[in-house]
Write a protein that binds this ligand. Structure first.
Ligand code: PHB
Length: 360
């Protein structure tokens, strides 16, 4: 059995990761209203640079991609300047950071959209639940189904965002195709009922994701591109009639790309069947030819066992990294962890963001 644990380095394409602990992408709603990262965000990421790899919080690729207040963007020069300070701080502290590229699709609201327009989606299907607006929760609206002619513009926005991310000093990008946002809405048949070449068969539903990856790989080394999927995640009112068959085929299709990694969150495994007939997302690991990142509720012991058994090459930790900026050192020293304060996860300032103590 190979002697691999969380502290084993990993060569990820051009990036040498100092350990196998990834900071999961975490929405914190602390950018400026213009979606520009600022000094407080620089400090937050700098504090967490001992992760083998930081995945940025989900970052909007265009004004239409926005679905929550105070989330960052990467579509304009001011945002690139803001992110440059973040990546420089992470690099100066010896870390690596990828930018998670995000379009929320239908998980938005006219209040968050340019000119108060409707959010866009594969199909005009309203998700159950509320959008989070600056005035608080408001019921989701029925989104506008994208015209097939508009998809080239979406793909171009992903490409522009990836180009900007590299200019901003990111070491790579993660294409967010999970958790009920636009690309996931295309993948799963609960949200995609299109009759054209982007709906129906699994290959059609995966077409937009594959075209986005192709476009992004024209401006990045493909070994700087990761993809995140969430096959059993019911969040954002998502479901599929046959998740196992859908995602098995998606992974076969992704195997044609020499991606940096595939990141599959197991979120939803605690509500088996809520997103469709249940299967364990870990079954997909055996199908994937490259580096595999897993996520959701891993302890140090469970993570080390997954690495040793070959169930994963990298493990992403979310909440533990919120509360413990020095999580790798704590795990290495078997030190106790700071408890997280969920009331400060979304929005606010320093409290619950940059004021969690380091180990003494
Ligand atoms: C959220 O803001 O609630 C959120 C963002 C991105 C995710 C999941 C949740 O992938």
């Amino acid at each position: 059995m190979p002697d691999i644990d969380l502290f084993s380095p990993l060569q990820l394409g051009p990036n040498l990761l100092q350990n196998r602990m990834v900071m999961a992408p975490l929405t914190r709603n602390r950018s400026t209203p213009e979606g520009v990262p600022h000094a407080l965000n620089v400090e937050y990421y700098r504090q967490r640079a001992s992760a083998g790899l930081i995945l940025s919080e989900a970052t909007c690729i265009s004004p239409e991609a926005v679905g929550y207040p105070l989330t960052p963007g990467i579509w304009n020069p001011d945002q690139v300047i803001g992110w440059k300070a973040v990546t420089a701080a992470v690099h100066a502290a010896g870390g690596k950071i990828f930018c998670q590229l995000w379009h929320v699709g239908r998980i938005s609201h006219p209040d968050l959209q340019p000119n108060g327009q409707l959010p866009v989606a594969p199909s005009a299907i309203k998700p159950a639940g509320d959008a989070i607006t600056l005035q608080g929760p408001k019921p989701f609206v029925t989104p506008r189904a994208l015209e097939i002619e508009e998809l080239q513009g979406i793909i171009a926005a992903y490409q522009n965002a990836a180009k900007n991310a590299l200019e901003a000093g990111f070491d790579g990008v993660e294409v967010h195709a999970a958790n009920g946002y636009l690309l996931d809405e295309f993948l799963r048949d609960g949200s995609n009922q299109r009759q054209d070449s982007y709906g129906g068969s699994i290959d059609n539903r995966a077409r937009l994701l594959l075209e986005v990856i192709t476009a992004v790989s024209e401006v990045c080394d493909i070994q700087q591109v990761g993809v995140r999927l969430s096959p059993v995640q019911p969040f954002n009112d998502m479901r599929d009639s046959d998740p196992k068959t859908t995602f098995t085929r998606v992974i076969e299709l992704l195997n044609a790309f020499d991606l940096a990694y595939l990141h599959i969150t197991e979120m939803g495994s605690d509500a088996p069947g809520a997103a469709g007939p249940f299967f364990s997302p870990l079954e997909l690991r055996a199908l994937w030819k490259g580096i595999y990142m897993t996520n959701a509720g891993y302890s140090k012991a469970k993570a080390n066992s997954a690495l040793q058994n070959g169930e994963a090459d990298l493990v992403a930790f979310g909440v533990p990294f919120i509360a413990n900026p020095d999580l790798p050192a704590r795990y290495r020293n078997n030190a106790p962890l700071n408890p997280p304060d969920p009331s400060t996860f979304y929005g606010g300032a320093e409290k619950g963001y940059t004021d969690y103590p380091f180990m003494s």
